[in-house]
Structures are given as C-alpha cells and as structure tokens.
Ligand binder design. Sequence first.
Ligand code: ZN
Length: 447
Amino acid sequence: MIVLKTGRLIDGTGAGPVNGATIVIDGNRIAEVATRSESDFPAEAEIIDLAGMTVLPGLIDCHDHLAMHRYDLAHRWGLDEPQSTRHLRTTAVLKNTLAAGYTCVRDAAGLDAGFKHAIEERLIEGPRLVLSLAIISPIGGIGDRISPSGASPFDCGCGIAHDPLLPESVVNSLADVRPVVRRMVRAGADVIKCATTGGASSRPGHGPRDGAFNLDEMHALVDEAQALDRRVMCHALGGRGLDIAIAAGVNSIEHGSYLDEDPRHLERMAERGIFFVPTLLVYEYHRKSPQPHVRERAAALTEHHIESIRRALSLGVKIVAGTDAGGHGHPANAGELECLVKAGMSPMQALQAATGWAAECLGQEADLGTIAAGKLADLVVVRGDPLADIAVLRDPQRIALVIKDGAVAADRLQAPNPGCEAFERIAGEMIGRLSAALPVDAVTTAP
Ligand SMILES: [Zn+2]
C-alpha cells in the first residue's frame, strides 16, 4: 500500500483543487481519496510526503507518432538508418514520454504492436498505448505514400518491403474499405485512424481543404470499425472531407483547423459527442517549415484554428490534447497544453484536455483520466501549480514522481527543487552585481 500525502490535488474532472488530500493506492488501483492523518494507515504502508507539490492524473496524449522522428522522405520510408537503430530510438522516446508524466498515449500511426507487447512484458518502459498502426486513406490521400517524383516506397527499387505489422492502408475502392479495417485490427489496432483531407505537410495539390474518401466509403469504414468495437479518429482539416467525416460519425476530429467555416460542423459534433483534437503544437513547427507550401498552409489556418477552439468551447465540444509529435521530433508533450491556454482555454480546461476528457475520447474513462477510488493508479506529481503556470508541466525537472499502474515509473523526488536553484542563481547574480557596483572595501570589509 502506498499513501500519497498531497500538497494539492487536481482530480481531472474539472473540480477545483483540494489541499492536503491523501491518496491511498492498493495494488494497481486507487483505493481511497481522503483527508485524514497518516496515523490512520497501517504501519506497513509506504507514506510519501508531497508537501508543496500538485498531484494530477497521469497525463494522456491522444495524438502522437512515437515511432516517427523526422519529416523527410528518407526517414519516412525508413532509409536513413537501420531498423534496429530506429526501434531503439523509439524505445528511448517511450521511456522519456512516461518520465515526463504521460502515462497513456494514443499513437496516430507508425508504432507497431510489438512496442505495446514489450511494455506490457516490462522489457521496456513506456506509457499505456492505444495504437492505430497506419492511416487509412484512399488513393492520393495522406496514407498513400508517394514521392515528389511519383515513385512509391514499394516500387522505387530501394528494397522496401511491406511491414506486416503496419498493414497496407490505401483503400482502392468501396469494396476495399472493410478488409483494410479488418487487417488493421488483426495486426493489433486499438483504434482506426483515417484521413478525409490533406494537411499542412501533405504533398502540394492535397491541402487542408482537399478531400479524400466519399461518404459511402466513410460510412463503411465507421460501420466496420464499430462492428469490431473500435473507435475512429479522423484526420480532417476543412472543406468537404471534414463534412463527410462528421456526417459518417467518426469519434474524433484530428486537427479540425477549419471547423469554424461551417457552423453546422461543431453543432453536429456537440450533438454526437465527437471529440476535437486540435494538435496546435505541430503547426508552430509547420509555420517555420523549410517548404513554402507547408509554411503558407500553416499560416493560413492559424486564425481559423483558434476560432474553431473558441466556438467548440462555447458549444460544449470536448477538446482533447494531442501533440502530433514525431515528424517534428519529440518536444515536451505538455507544450500542447500551453498552446491550448494561449488559444483561450483556462488552465483547468487544458488539464481536462489531457486527463478526464482525453480518457473519455479513448473510451477509457472508467479506468483512466481522473483520480477517484477504483480508478487505475496512474498519477503524476508536479513541483509547482499548473493552474498558476501551465508551463511547469513542460519542465522535466518539475515532474517529481510518475506512478503508472500503481508502481513508481519515474522518481525525481530527491532532485533539487528547480525553484530553489533559480532563486540561488538569481540571488548569486544580485550579490555579484552589488559587489561590482560598490567599492571593494564596502563588500569585503567587516563593519
Ligand atoms: Zn498525426
């Protein structure tokens, strides 16, 4: 039994913080959340004093690409380094992501089921994983891998073979939709990822408002996913493709930059409980892309994206945090929470986007995303107050303790408090400046 004496508890439901609460962990679940003294607990209980720290549910990122590390073609096609090196690189990302307080990640394509098995078998460390494997799209969509010369990885003569763990995701016709969904599930997909539009970084000619899939195909995709008890996460930015995704009844709209352009979009999402995963962080990167068409698209969608978030909040559409990391490297996932606050969410709403609402988006709210008796014990302990400064979550030195499945996954409780370090540094600088400004004997001579 582990007893956490918290400085402050934020439970992920949106309720205000509670000072001095105690969390009792028994096995891999939370047994109790209470306010009582430690003398009430059995002598064998391990009591951890977290005075001055904030305890949150383990954070959840609902759109990541953990096995991707750059955007360039050689990397995307797997030509730039041995597969073994790449897998070890991915393993390091998984470990770092967990240590940063992210106890659950939904991978939006690229990560195969072997990583999930390895984490569950404790061969490697990492968050709980919800896998999509690959992006299902029609010919010409973002799942159709093609180079600017028109070559595909499988006919370029460079020896690239289909990886059976990441099944072929291009749909050739309506009749092809259901088999592709079934192959994803057979290979271990927990969620079906598809795309009905281009995006900021997709090839010229297939931009954010350019469609992919027709309504019949999307109906078949959603229907088959539901028959296999899988949710559908759909990359859709604007135009007809965005309309088709919502009409077909996907469970979450990924990116959704131009949701503001038709008032019916967000109204229907509110009615149907469709989640909105805006992934703002990746567009900060795209706005500085070396490719002009990517830069222009990212700049053009920014104001619409912010307006879409504002309207979604006013209509009660739940916004969920996802970084879309991978192509732009793996910056701190909590950078997305800062973006959400800058876009108009309160710090508490941004925390819900990465906890309670995120768990609902995954359909795992019975176990994850909030702190209450009976939930899985996935927790993160932060030095400081994320409601006062959401950026504290982005600083690895402030993530004092991470608990996943009732066990300590990362422990920096003994590390120096960064707040104190900063204070000492500033105090040292002030003394230095004072010394320089005063006559030598005023500083060094005793009175
Ligand atoms: Zn993505």
